[in-house]
Design a protein around this ligand. Structure first.
Ligand SMILES: Nc1ncnc2c1ncn2[C@@H]1O[C@H](COP(=O)(O)OP(=O)(O)O)[C@@H](O)[C@H]1O
Ligand SMILES: [Mg+2]
Length: 258
């Protein structure tokens, strides 16, 4: 049975997803616990992004169960096909999760501050006078208060990504999903983004992070999951995972990352 106790933030069970005839997720299961940081690693095309996107309904699953903080997003019907809850319920569950993508996706025509307050005002109907101080506090937290009125094209990639993190946090998510947040950055800019993520982890944010940054996975993640060919091949505590990878495919992957 999928677990639904409050400390399980996301329970994903036996997720199957195909695009046409291409089965991309072949029964992926994961329980993400409150305050836990889980790193998802694996070769390109192994289904990491698709898995993340299935959790917050950017993709729909074919079969399996997704439960977020005890609330069902999708579960199988009698025929074994996933059925989703109502649109209103999907939206409500979606707001529990913030997502940060590889490509920062800031609105180019809005200032940094406006990028952050847009969704809280439009979606959550929060008053400008209430959200602006909060947005400023978030900008301070990611070290970019002085960029408050700048447009995204004036920012470095690392700064853009920190704004994207602040923007996601402005919606007060309980869980943050990151899909290769540093992969589009020049190497000298990854550190500032990883530092922001590390601080978030120290604040006990629940985080699921697809990454190629093995240092981050090793130092910040509680648990590391290795995906290959649409399956979770191996998972362990970060320490055990890197010290003693069990599966041949994991060993080969880690060899190549060195
Ligand atoms: N929207 C889509 N339509 C068709 N195929 C897709 C789509 N998204 C992903 N795929 C395919 O699913 C597989 C897994 O992709 P993805 O989840 O992006 O892997 P990863 O993030 O591990 O690199 C790939 O073969 C990819 O081409
Ligand atoms: Mg991907």
């Amino acid at each position: 049975m999928p677990s639904t106790t409050p400390d399980v933030m996301i329970s994903a069970q036996a997720i199957h997803k195909a695009f046409g005839g291409n089965e991309v997720l072949r029964g992926v299961s994961l329980d993400l616990m409150r305050g836990e940081v889980v790193a998802v690693i694996g070769p390109s095309g192994s289904g990491k992004s698709t898995f993340l996107r299935c959790l917050n309904h950017l993709e729909t699953i074919d079969s399996g169960t997704v439960i977020v903080e005890g609330e069902v997003l999708a579960q199988n019907d009698a025929s074994g096909k996933a059925q989703y809850v109502s649109d209103a319920q999907i939206r409500k569950i979606g707001h529990k999760m913030g997502m940060v993508f590889q490509s920062f996706n800031l609105f180019p025509h809005l200032t940094v501050l406006e990028n952050i307050i847009e969704a809280p005002m439009l979606v959550q109907k929060i008053k400008r006078s209430e959200i602006v101080p909060k947005a400023e506090a978030l900008l301070k937290k990611v070290g970019l208060l002085e960029k408050r009125d700048a447009y995204p094209n004036r920012l470095s990639g690392g700064q853009k990504q920190r704004v994207a993190i602040a923007r996601a946090l402005a919606m007060d998510p309980d869980i943050m999903l990151f899909d290769e947040p540093t992969s589009a950055l020049d190497p000298e800019l990854t550190g500032e983004v990883l530092r922001t993520m590390r601080e978030l982890a120290q604040d006990r944010m629940t985080m699921l992070v697809v990454t190629h940054e093995m240092g981050f996975a090793r130092e910040v993640a509680n648990r590391v999951i290795f995906m290959d060919g649409g399956n979770i091949v191996e998972q362990a505590t970060a320490e055990a995972f890197f010290a003693n990878p069990q599966h041949e495919r994991t060993q080969a992957f880690l060899q190549n990352m060195l």
